[in-house]
Design a protein around this ligand. Structure first.
Ligand SMILES: Cc1cc2nc3c(=O)[nH]c(=O)nc-3n(C[C@H](O)[C@H](O)[C@H](O)COP(=O)(O)O)c2cc1C
Length: 175
């Protein structure tokens, strides 16, 4: 199957996963910011990965806004974020909000663990996290999700794991 892995990555974790996946599948990668939907026409399968920012899948509009053109291809989407991939309720709501039911019923989606190194963040991102932290800290009672978020936005974390790509690879090899 003629396959391409397309990614949108601000600090390199999604790009790293895209490269690991492409290596395993023996296919190429492309930066979503440098291609147009028409460039995907020659491929039978498109794997798209985007980092999570405030619950948005970075760059996924390339797939969502062009789904009519892409829907006859095999489409796999993966997110990369700090939230534990085992947090099903969180990821279900992220997927629904970013893609909607119609697209979700036609694609497979996987959630991979990312990293965030405080010293690497842009001024704007640090500020965003500071605002989020101040907002959460002021709350009298925090839900479990709120506590998790407060902990994650407060320090560097690196959950990158090459093994996490295996369900995506199996999805292809078991065809
Ligand atoms: C401003 C900001 C917002 C973020 N929002 C989320 C989020 O909503 N959910 C999540 O799981 N991770 C969130 N993260 C963590 C990123 O998804 C994580 O660092 C990811 O590895 C980034 O991928 P990239 O380097 O490929 O862009 C956020 C990070 C920053 C800096």
């Amino acid at each position: 199957m003629n396959t391409i892995v397309v990614y949108k990555s601000k600090y390199g974790s999604t790009k790293q996963y895209a490269e690991w996946i492409a290596d395993e599948l023996g296919c190429g990668t492309a930066d979503a910011g440098k291609i147009k939907a028409n460039d995907l026409e020659p491929y039978d399968a498109v794997i798209f990965g985007g980092g999570l920012y405030a619950e948005s899948i970075d760059g996924v509009s390339l797939i969502a806004n062009n789904f009519d053109m892409l829907k006859d291809k095999k489409i796999i989407i993966f997110t990369v974020g700090l939230t534990d991939p085992g947090h099903e309720r969180y990821y279900r709501s992220v997927a629904e909000r970013n893609l909607g039911h119609e697209i979700l019923s036609e694609v497979k989606i996987f959630n991979l663990p990312g990293k965030m190194i405080m010293e690497e963040l842009s001024f704007l991102h640090r500020k965003e996290l500071g605002v989020l932290k101040a907002f959460l800290s002021k709350k009298k009672e925090l839900s479990e999700d709120g506590k998790m978020l407060l902990e994650l936005c407060d320090k560097s974390n690196d959950f990158m794991d090459k093994e996490a790509i295996m369900p995506i690879i199996r999805e292809f090899k078991e065809q």
